[in-house]
Design a protein around this ligand. Structure first.
Ligand SMILES: C[S@@+](CC[C@H](N)C(=O)[O-])C[C@H]1O[C@@H](n2cnc3c(N)ncnc32)[C@H](O)[C@@H]1O
Length: 264
């Protein structure tokens, strides 16, 4: 079976589990809580801008950006996720567009360009070809528009026994999902490792100018084995939980962000 069929089936099943999880906390979201994390909230100003969210899952972050004042569109491969996103948009009466598509078909499906293209946490590993991904990003941005991503650091995958460097063949895993209510449900998934050099080179090759690249010694999500928890007061003065990983008594980089502008 091809990777799109395999991964769509897995993400359709995962979505049904995720909507009932504490991890995604839909109840809190419906009461007004943002699902966005300190890294992207500090890195991106979306007020009054059009924003395309690539691989938006079931739309919590997309709709949280709408609450921050963006005119939002989200795309995702999973039809279950897109249906759930549309339902949530209705419930909070948000103006938002959600489209079910393979990422590589996004430019044809959205047929417009945006001020901001955004993607986050656990997205690019599902894509075999980052040059094609970066071309999608560039095609969907207006001239002068901003691309912003925040991702899990590939070093974590290396410490977990996966390749750090890019490879042609996917990793094929039989695994449960990352929410606390996974309950033994196992799916086949196909993913690819992408070192940060591959990400940055692909974006530059597609005509984007890098403005900032940052690495962080924490993850806002308890998404990997062996993470330790700490509470901190973030730069907005709010209490937030961070998760960190020690390797030989040193903290490992767990997340990174990239900001880039499409040349005019
Ligand atoms: C870990 S989630 C994204 C994380 C997001 N930050 C969140 O937690 O809400 C990865 C998403 O990528 C989507 N996806 C996987 N392969 C894709 C593809 N080829 N095109 C579009 N979306 C894809 C999945 O359906 C899933 O919703």
């Amino acid at each position: 079976m091809d990777y799109l069929t395999v991964n769509k089936a897995a993400w359709d099943k995962r979505t049904k589990i995720h909507v009932g999880s504490k991890f995604y906390d839909i109840e809190g979201f419906l009461k007004g809580k943002s699902s966005l994390q300190e890294i992207e909230l500090c890195g991106l100003n979306v007020k009054g801008k059009s924003l395309l969210h690539l691989q938006c899952h079931f739309g919590l972050d997309t709709l949280s950006w709408a609450r921050e004042g963006a005119d939002v569109t989200g795309i995702d491969l999973s039809s279950a996720a897109i249906e759930q996103a549309q339902d949530l948009a209705k419930q909070i009466e948000a103006e938002a567009k959600f489209i079910c598509t393979d990422l590589y078909n996004t430019p044809e499906r959205v047929s417009r360009q945006f001020d901001i293209v955004f993607t986050s946490y656990g997205a690019i590993a599902w894509l075999p070809d980052l040059d094609r991904w970066a071309k999608v990003v560039s095609d969907c941005l207006k001239a002068g528009g901003q691309f912003y991503m925040v991702e899990f650091h590939p070093l974590e995958a290396l410490l977990d026994g996966y390749s750090y460097f890019a490879q042609q063949e996917p990793d094929v895993d039989e695994e449960g999902t990352y929410t606390e209510n996974c309950d033994g449900e196992i799916n086949t998934v196909m993913s690819w490792p992408h070192p940060i050099s591959e990400v940055l080179n692909a974006l530059m090759k597609a005509g984007l100018e890098l403005k900032a690249y940052n690495e962080f010694d924490f993850s806002p999500y308890d998404a990997f084995a062996g993470l330790q928890e700490e509470s901190i007061t973030n730069s907005a003065g709010e209490l937030s939980t961070r998760y960190f990983l020690e390797h030989k008594q040193q903290r490992a980089p767990l997340t990174y962000s990239v900001s880039a502008i499409k040349s005019g």
